[in-house]
Design a protein around this ligand. Structure first.
Ligand code: GDP
Length: 332
């Protein structure tokens, strides 16, 4: 473990890949090693620009990340991309998929692309992705991008682990705009209308105006930064530099307002408690004493004979009687 931590901090890509596999592992004997590894690299974390990129399938995320990443690499920056793949619970297959989609970037020695399997629980995805992000940071990457498909709850989880959340939207405007949940718009620091080229250039401009209006109706998350809408074509490259400039500007605005440290501290605090809740939940679900009691209690509650709160008392009593909280290592 100590050797692996050293290798990660020395920027060894293969060690980084192994370390991420370790934190993604569900094997209980890996859990303790993963925790120790993360603890060992802690002093080397915190240095990257953390960017979340989200959007509906087909909106152009991979193409955009490739265009952005290639630009950053040309500027001598190193970039790690963690792509959350909600369609798979295993990483096999999706690795090749994403590498092909970001072919040029994947070949650049300054880049590291890694799909994160979505897994069974939202909490699990969030924790593993956050840990992978910290490992990339420890490995010295200047920029860590967390890419997620805009379906379900993954945007919320990603927004809670990055400094800047970039939402990509299609150039359709109108109907498309209504399809984007207000909650997701509220998370965005930068909204990018993609594919603003050729026939789509004019509708993209209209869409940008619509989104600008929609953003104007929302209360910004920080007094220091007013979210903005930009147009971009990953194919022609127009607007890509402007998106990165906005990310840097937002960062500077938060730093100048003294909000950056507080933002990250709040995120770390939330990650702590989310992890505690997550592990309590899985310990409860896998507890034999709970399993022995739960079905009967549930039947009584469903039949209207037992109040839900009284049923909860019984289940939690069984949980405690099972000796949970003892020295055995808990599932992560
Ligand atoms: P993702 O599913 O969000 O990752 O979307 P992709 O990056 O795979 O892109 C989906 C489709 O949109 C592909 O056929 C791309 O070639 C196309 N596309 C992506 N970016 C642009 C762009 O800037 N302009 C145009 N015209 N097409 C684009």
């Amino acid at each position: 473990m100590a050797a692996l931590a050293q290798a990660v901090m020395a920027g060894d890509r293969r060690a980084l890949a192994r370390a991420i596999t370790l934190v993604e592992s569900r094997r209980s004997d890996h859990a303790a090693v993963a925790s120790a590894l993360l603890q060992a690299v802690m002093p080397a974390t915190g240095g990257a620009v953390r960017v979340g990129i989200s959007g509906a399938p087909g909106v152009g995320k991979s193409t955009f990340v490739e265009a952005l990443g290639s630009r950053l690499v040309e500027r001598d920056l190193t970039i790690a991309v963690l792509a959350i793949d909600p369609s798979s619970t295993r990483s096999g297959g999706s690795i090749l998929g994403d590498k092909t989609r970001m072919g040029k970037l994947a070949r650049a020695p300054q880049a590291f692309i890694r799909p994160t399997p979505a897994g069974r629980t939202q909490g699990g995805v969030a924790r593993r992705t956050r840990e992978a992000l910290l490992l990339c940071e420890a490995a010295g990457f200047d920029v860590v991008v967390v890419e997620t498909v805009g379906v379900g709850q993954s945007e919320v989880a990603v927004a809670a682990m990055v400094d800047c959340f970039v939402l990509l939207v299609a150039p359709g405007g109108g109907d498309d705009l209504q399809g984007i949940k207000r909650g997701v718009m509220e998370l965005a620091d930068v909204v990018v209308v993609t594919k603003a080229d050729g026939d789509l250039a004019a509708p993209a401009r209209l869409a940008a105006a619509d989104y600008g209006h929609a953003l104007g109706l929302l209360r910004p998350r920080s007094a220091a930064w007013k979210p903005r809408v930009l147009l971009c074509s990953a194919v022609t490259g127009a607007g890509v530099a402007e998106v990165w400039a906005a990310v840097e500007e937002q960062r500077q605005a938060l730093v100048d307002a003294g909000e950056m440290a507080g933002l990250r501290a709040g995120q770390a605090r939330n990650a702590l408690w989310a992890d505690v809740h997550d592990r309590l939940g899985s310990a409860l679900r896998s507890d034999p004493a709970v399993a022995a009691t739960a079905a009967g209690v549930e039947r009584s509650v469903v039949a209207g004979e037992l109040a839900p709160s009284a049923g909860a008392d019984r289940i939690l009593a069984a949980f405690r009687s099972g000796g949970w909280g003892g020295p055995r290592s808990e599932p992560r």
